[in-house]
Design a protein around this ligand. Sequence first.
Ligand SMILES: [Zn+2]
Length: 70
Amino acid sequence: MVNRKKPGKRAIIKAAGGKCCICATTENLTVDHIIPLSEGGTNNADNLRVMCEICQKKYHGTDKPNKAWK
Ligand SMILES: [Zn+2]
């Protein structure tokens, strides 16, 4: 039995249409947690959205990478 703690990043991006949910770019995409894991968010699909790294930095106001997906 395969232990899948979280869905694959690429699968999530593909399911979202392969583009940023804010600016619709297809470059430098990453998966963003709507509610951060540090605040009790989950890795479920309903807590995930696809953003490019630029929009993610603007949204969260930080240059820190999303370590959950590294
Ligand atoms: Zn973007």
